[in-house]
Every structure is written in structure tokens, then in C-alpha cells.
Design a protein around this ligand. Structure first.
Ligand code: NA7
Length: 563
């Protein structure tokens, strides 16, 4: 709903999975005047920007979608086991049409500043184009992996060829035909991109700083029978994704690795390898918590690499992995390791030679000059907090978010930061977010925020703000949850912010599991929004009961991490 004074009850930043659903709930359920602003020229969020060759979601399509409406779920038909960006954008467009969302989305609108005006109890947003907007509630749906990380390698400005970052891929086709291509990065993205680029490139050089495990995705068209089945099983699938720690529709085995003998384990791993996908991580209960248990899976996967890749030196470089499987986000692939058997593909092992600089016509390593026409940066993102930091967000007393998060993000439940009243974030730092199948935490957050705003309006509450004490307690718990896993043992992981120079090293997502997280959020509500300060301007007293202290235990032992 547009307003002549650019003033709204609620403004949402971002028109991806989060922003679209949040617009629906606030506008259509709470009947608030609501605007969504989006920097892209169309909706899709992550899937608007990530159009690189081979891009594909690693959650399975029948669970990578909204579950809030049975009707919408059943009206849409996915075509493949894992959806690509185009199909996901078509799906989101279909949802937007069903709910008539477009009319309240302003595209090409980049928010550069958001300031809380205490006297008016409003957020004021300024855009790159100089427009201003005001709203009582500000909700960010800005994605976790949306701020491209382009490493500061000297000489990029001198490069005469073309270069691209995978997270900001051009909309027009990029031709690699007969080109000499250098791809930097072998995370989930690089592992997807390399096999596709190699199909047409004259030569592809894959620059690998850290080798990675990967399990075949085994993507395939969905059969008609499967499509019928998942429509018929809507209730069960919904229940399944909401009852697993990671939001995926498969169960994590309750068996521990050493309850099986070597022979039994090999069979479990072989079966999971044949089935493909992230389910490999679910083969045993203790894969992400016990190093000895993890070693068995890690060794299995390293042997697979060596059995696929013909050239011994290349195979050794690819399998020379010194951290636990799934300690970093585990990629799934289509013919990644097989790609190194092609004559037009070579691996540049940056453990053997390092990148010195980019030159006019290639990359200079410590050992040689590699001539290139195109450089592809598959170098990841300033994840989870990067997009927040790109905006100048100021809360009470002109407190900048960049200042409040100087030592690392400090949130309560990932939903709010002390000093920033009525600013809610969907899948913010300190929430399960990237450790889950994303639509599951997104729906939970959107619904929680909607209920919270409904509660505020019903009870004449003007501001909702996380208390310092609750945020401190939550940050400690996020660390505790991470420390119960092997994820904290990987020093170069983006979960820790370690991929971005100068970024504080803090484990950002909540590893305690989505089920547990959902229960905690529900408990907070039951305890009258414990940990949040709810206040009304007509009443200087806090109106929330027991605001800063919980009387439930958030720290009881975590047995199954949320990954
Ligand atoms: P990732 O997982 O952060 O991977 C980035 C890759 O780029 C990784 O291999 C990095 O090596 C490499 N990198 C980054 N900077 C450099 C420099 N300066 N030199 C050489 N190599 C570098 O990002 P992705 O886009 O693959 O995946 C992000 C998420 O998107 C993914 O987890 C899914 O959730 C979807 P490093 O490992 O840091 O040594």
C-alpha cells in the first residue's frame, strides 16, 4: 500500500523468500500499511543475484518452498530434485501473483541508511536515490549470503579481460567459448560452477586455496509419481521439516558411528553416496560432534576423490583436506571431481603456489604466469552480517549497528539487537539460518515477528526491544551451541567470519537446532516476551512481564546439533 507521505506501519527490506512472506502476513493478516523495498529490479533475493553457471539449490525442491499454505504448496509443481535459480524465481513469482504482492514492492530501491527517530518512535529510511520512508516497524529480509566477497588481490583494476563474481552474475549470457578462464574458489559455488564452465571453456584453471569434500547431488527430473506423492503428503512433509534440527525432510540417524563395524559403515556411506545430497551428513548422529566419528566419513570421501580423479597429483591436492567433513558448509555437486579428468581443466593448488597479483592478462602466482581472458570469483560472501553493515543503521542515541556489533553480532534469538527498538531481522545472526533448509527458519521467523507485532498493537505497546542481558545470555548460548560441534574447529570458515579480512571471528549461526530454537522462541512468548522490553510511550513502566530474565533454561545440554 503506497502512501503519499511515504509513511507506513511496516517496511520490509528485501523481496526474497523472507520479504515476500512477511509482506503477506503484515499486510493481509494484520492489515498494516506495508511496503517492501528491494534493491534488485525484480524479486527473488539470493536467486535474483546468483545466476552463475551450474547454480542450483542444495535443498530438495519439495522442501525448498513455503509450507504456510497448503493451497499454494499443491498448486506448484517442481520439475527437478534440486531447483535452479530460474525455477525458484518462477516459483516466487507464482507466489507473488497468488498473493498479489507486487503492488507493494518497490524495486530498484537500495536502502543506504535507517535511523530510529526516538521522538516519533519511527524508523526513517533513506535510499540511494535520496527518497525517504518512515515506518513504525522495520523488518530486514536481506538474506545471509548476499554481500559478495571480492578478495583484495592486487592488480584487479589492471585486468583487461572480463571478471565476474558468482553472487552478482550478469543477466545476459556469459560465453566461455574457447576462452581461458580462471575460477578462484572451491566452495559450494565453485564446485557447482566449474563443471559447467569447463563444458565450453578453451581452458579452465581452478584456483583452490582450501580443498573441499563434496557428495554427488544426483539431480534428476522428478517423476510424475513423486510429484503426486509430495502433494498428497503435504501434512507429513510439513511435519517432517519442522521436526528435524536442520529443516530438511530427512531424519538424522540415531546410530553413532562406532555402533557399526567398518563393513557396516562402508555400506551406509556407499548407500548415501549413491543416493546423493546433503543426506550424507545425516548418516550418523555423531558425525558433526565427534572427530573420530567424522574421520570415518572424511576418509571415505577422500578415497572417493582419489578413485575418481585420474591424475595422481591433482587427486592428492583435491583430497588433501585437513578439517572435518561438514565442518564447513558441505557442497553437493554434479561431476565436480570428474571435471578434473578433462583435458581442458587444471587445478592450481594454492598450497603449492600462491596468487601474487592479477596482471593485465592473467594471474601471476609464485610459480608462473597464467594467461586468462575471464576471471570468475567464486569467493563467497561477507555472510550473515555483511548486508547489515552495508547500510548505515542507527538505533537509539544514534548508536550505529556497526558499533553495536563491533566485537561480533550481538542479538537476542537473532531477532533483535539491544538499542534498536522495533527492528526485527529474519534469519539474522544468532538464529539457525544457514544451518537449515532456509524456508523453514524463514517461515518461523516471519510468523514469530507477525505475532509479536500483533501482540504489541493489541496491548498498545509502542516499542519492543531486546534487553542487553538477554542478548548477552543468548550470545553465550550461541557460542556454547557452536562449541558442542566440530564446526568451530575449522579456522577458515565463513560461519566464523574468517573469510573476510578484519571481520570479528565469532560463530554467527545458532547450532542448537531448529526444533530447539522454535521451542525457545515459543517459550519466550509464553513468558510474556521474556528478554524483550515492551514499552508504551504513555506509560514509562515496561509493560512486558519479567522482561529481561527468563525463568526457563536455555542452556540445557544440546544433544543433537542443528546441522
Ligand atoms: P564459500 O563457501 O565462502 O567459498 C569461497 C571459496 O573462495 C573458498 O574456496 C575460498 O577459499 C575461496 N577464496 C576466497 N578468497 C580467496 C582468495 N583470496 N584466494 C583464493 N581463494 C579464495 O562461498 P560459496 O559461494 O562457495 O558458498 C557460499 C554459500 O552459498 C554456500 O555455503 C551455500 O550455502 C550457498 P577458503 O576456503 O576460504 O580457503
Amino acid at each position: 500500500m503506497t502512501d503519499q507521505n511515504n509513511s507506513f506501519d511496516a517496511i520490509i527490506i528485501g523481496a526474497g523468500f523472507s520479504g515476500l512472506y512477511q509482506l503477506h502476513t503484515l499486510r493481509d493478516q494484520l492489515k498494516l500499511s506495508t511496503l517492501t523495498v528491494e534493491s534488485g529490479s525484480d524479486l527473488g533475493g539470493t536467486w535474483f543475484w546468483n545466476r552463475y553457471p551450474g547454480a542450483r539449490c542444495d535443498s530438495e525442491s519439495h522442501s525448498y518452498c513455503y509450507m504456510f499454505s497448503e493451497e499454494i504448496y499443491k498448486k506448484w509443481e517442481w520439475s527437478e530434485r534440486y531447483p535452479g535459480p530460474e525455477e525458484i524465481r518462477s516459483y516466487l513469482n507464482f507466489v507473488a501473483d497468488e498473493l498479489n504482492l507486487r503492488r507493494d514492492i518497490k524495486f530498484n530501491t537500495l536502502v543506504t541508511k535507517a535511523r530510529f527517530i526516538e521522538s516519533d518512535n519511527k524508523w526513517e529510511l533513506t535510499t540511494e536515490g535520496g527518497e525517504t520512508y518512515r515506518a513504525t516497524y522495520l523488518i530486514t529480509g536481506i538474506g545471509c549470503i548476499s554481500s559478495a566477497n571480492i578478495p583484495s588481490i592486487p592488480g584487479l583494476q589492471d585486468f583487461q579481460g572480463k571478471w565476474y563474481h558468482t553472487g552478482n552474475w550478469p543477466h545476459e549470457e556469459v560465453s566461455f567459448e574457447n576462452k581461458r578462464v580462471g575460477q578462484i574458489g572451491t566452495g559450494s559455488t565453485g564446485i557447482q560452477a566449474a563443471p559447467e564452465i569447463a563444458k565450453t571453456a578453451g581452458h579452465l584453471h581452478v584456483f583452490q586455496r582450501t580443498p573441499n569434500y563434496s557428495v554427488p547431488a544426483r539431480n534428476a527430473p522428478l517423476s510424475d509419481a513423486f510429484k503426486r506423492e509430495f502433494h498428497d503428503d503435504y501434512e507429513e512433509i510439513k511435519k517432517a521439516v519442522r521436526s528435524t534440527p536442520n529443516g530438511h525432510p530427512f531424519r538424522i540417524s540415531e546410530t553413532k558411528v562406532f555402533e557399526h563395524n567398518k563393513h557396516e559403515r562402508e555400506k551406509v556411506y556407499e548407500d548415501a553416496w549413491s543416493k546423493g545430497g546433503l543426506q550424507f551428513r545425516a548418516t550418523y548422529q555423531d558425525l558433526t560432534t565427534s572427530k573420530a566419528a567424522n574421520d570415518t566419513a572424511a576418509n571415505f570421501l577422500k578415497e572417493k576423490i582419489k578413485s575418481i580423479v585420474h591424475d595422481k597429483t591433482t587427486a592428492h591436492s583435491l583430497a588433501n583436506i585437513d578439517y572435518p567433513y561438514a565442518g564447513k558448509r558441505p557442497p553437493i555437486d554434479t561431476n565436480y571431481f570428474e571435471t578434473f579428468n578433462r583435458d581442458n581443466v587444471s587445478l592450481v593448488d594454492l598450497k603449492q603456489e600462491s596468487i601474487i597479483k592479477i596482471t593485465e592478462d592473467g594471474i601471476q602466482t609464485s610459480a608462473r604466469h597464467i594467461p586468462l581472458d575471464i576471471i570468475v570469483f567464486a569467493t563467497g560472501f561477507d555472510a550473515i552480517t555483511g548486508k547489515f553493515m552495508e547500510m548505515d543503521i542507527q538505533g537509539r542515541n544514534e548508536l550505529k549497528l556497526s558499533e553495536a556489533w563491533k566485537e561480533g553480532p550481538k542479538t537476542y534469538l537473532g531477532l533483535q539487537t539491544p538499542g534498536f527498538p522495533n527492528l526485527f531481522s529474519i534469519t539474522g545472526p544468532g538464529s539457525p539460518s544457514v544451518l537449515c533448509n532456509m524456508p523453514v527458519p524463514i517461515e518461523q521467523h516471519v510468523e514469530w515477528i507477525t505475532d509479536c507485532i500483533a501482540h504489541m498493537r493489541k496491548n498498545d505497546i509502542d516499542t519492543c526491544e531486546a534487553s542487553e542481558e538477554a542478548a548477552d545470555e543468548w550470545v553465550a548460548h550461541v557460542n556454547e551451541a557452536a562449541n558442542a560441534t566440530l564446526l568451530v574447529t575449522v579456522p577458515h570458515s565463513w560461519y566464523l567470519g574468517a573469510n573476510v579480512e578484519g571481520k570479528p571471528r565469532v560463530f554467527m549461526p545458532y547450532a542448537g537446532g531448529m526444533v530447539r530454537y522454535r521451542a525457545l522462541c515459543d517459550d519466550v512468548v509464553k513468558h510474556n516476551y521474556a528478554g524483550f522490553v515492551l514499552s508504551s510511550k504513555n506509560d514509562s513502566e515496561q509493560t512486558g512481564g519479567n522482561n529481561s530474565k527468563h525463568n526457563f533454561d536455555i542452556t540445557k545440554q544440546i544433544t543433537t546439533p542443528g546441522i
